[in-house]
Write a protein that binds this ligand. Structure first.
Ligand SMILES: CC(C)(COP(=O)(O)OP(=O)(O)OC[C@H]1O[C@@H](n2cnc3c(N)ncnc32)[C@H](O)[C@@H]1OP(=O)(O)O)[C@@H](O)C(=O)NCCC(=O)NCCS
Length: 197
């Protein structure tokens, strides 16, 4: 049994340790981090997945802008090496994107491997430019509303306005989920409810 919870300040050290384990050294030197520096995360969408109390996977989102329009920047997402390939990455992707849709976000951007992210509907974004050096083939987008990426092109920019308050979470905000692959879990519909994703 797993538990998905919004990330709290108490989780930060564990999440950073997981990212350090899963990514090459110097990950925060990547150009995409310049869009994140000093900008509060989208707290409602930053999730940790715990297995027996231990953070096993995590996903974060930041607000950015393209052509002045709000965009969600997805990432990093990581699953502990001992649990990769069990569907946990897909579980966090689906769960967070479902939450983003319900919260009214329109479009998502990430820099990553199209062969993995295409299964969630991500496609290469033409004309959306991440800070260099970023391979344009790895700049991918997802529409949470029809045509949300139509005519949205240009450089990806830092979110200029910070939210007035940071949400505070506790254990009541956690949901318990079945192991995705072992239990025949419906990875396309983690909450069991309908979704337009
Ligand atoms: C990428 C990652 C988040 C995927 O999570 P996961 O729980 O291992 O993935 P899932 O179990 O949901 O999906 C497994 C499937 O994805 C595929 N896959 C995983 N990473 C992939 C990649 N980079 N490119 C293409 N396919 C990939 C696997 O081959 C497997 O395919 P299958 O379903 O056909 O067997 C995880 O492997 C990870 O943390 N990797 C290291 C950090 C990283 O690269 N993060 C992403 C960049 S932000």
């Amino acid at each position: 049994m797993y538990e998905i919870c919004p990330e709290t300040p108490a989780d930060t050290a564990e999440v950073e340790t997981l990212y350090d384990l899963c990514f090459a050294p110097g990950r925060t030197a990547l150009s995409s981090y310049r869009l994140r520096d000093g900008v509060p995360r989208v707290g409602e969408l930053c999730l940790v997945l715990r297995s027996e109390g231990v953070v096993t996977a995590a996903i974060r989102f930041w607000p950015v802008r393209v052509a002045g329009q709000p965009v969600l920047l997805l990432g990093p997402i990581a699953v502990h090496p001992t649990a990769q390939g069990e569907g946990l990455g897909g579980l966090l992707m689906r769960d967070s994107l479902t939450r983003a849709t319900r919260l009214g976000f329109d479009r998502v951007l990430l820099v990553g491997d199209a062969p993995y992210y295409s299964r969630f509907g991500f496609q290469r974004l033409e004309g959306v430019i991440m800070p260099p050096p970023t391979n344009p083939d790895r700049v991918l987008g997802l529409e949470l509303r029809p045509d949300a990426w139509v005519d949205i092109t240009g450089e990806v920019e830092r979110e200029p306005s910070a939210p007035a308050t940071t949400p505070v979470y506790d254990r009541d905000d956690c949901v318990v989920v079945e192991p995705p692959k072992e239990a025949g879990y419906d990875i396309a519909n983690p909450s069991g409810s309908s979704s337009d994703l």
